[in-house]
Design a protein around this ligand. Structure first.
Ligand code: CO
Length: 134
């Protein structure tokens, strides 16, 4: 079911500072900040030769990463995104095996313009998993 790691996401309290650290201290190529109000985050992508790092800052009142940052005030690894060929097939197979798909269960369009779903971290050893159809 799983293909490549598409990205690893890190929740940060200050996106400007995190972007500067990746660009200036670590010498990585970083994207422009992109506000995604429907996901409650502003995102910057760090482009690496083999994958991407997604830096996430809360946006708006009910950001899904606000509680995470309350527990991890200096930031931390938030989720891992794996690529799948067919997200609806993956969802149905996962649901049938008892894994919980978050939200309505219908894919949303993610930061790359592709359909995404999230899987409950308690079903996968404490790690929030994002699936992205590529
Ligand atoms: Co993501």
């Amino acid at each position: 079911m799983l293909g490549r790691v598409n990205h690893v996401a890190i929740a940060v309290p200050d996106l400007t500072a995190a972007t500067a650290a990746y660009r200036d201290t670590l010498g990585a190529k970083v994207s422009q900040a992109q506000a995604l109000p429907e996901h409650g985050v502003t995102v910057v992508f760090v482009e690496l030769p083999n994958t991407k790092i997604e830096l996430l800052e809360p946006l708006g009142e009910n950001s899904p990463i606000a509680a995470f940052l309350d527990k991890n005030p200096s930031g931390g690894m938030h989720h891992v995104c794996y690529e799948v060929d067919d997200i609806l097939h993956a969802r149905d197979q996962l649901s049938a095996s008892g894994a919980r798909v978050l939200g309505s269960g219908e894919p949303k369009i993610g930061a790359h313009g592709k359909p995404v779903l999230f899987l409950h971290p308690k079903d996968f050893f404490g790690t929030l998993i994002e699936l992205e159809q590529v």
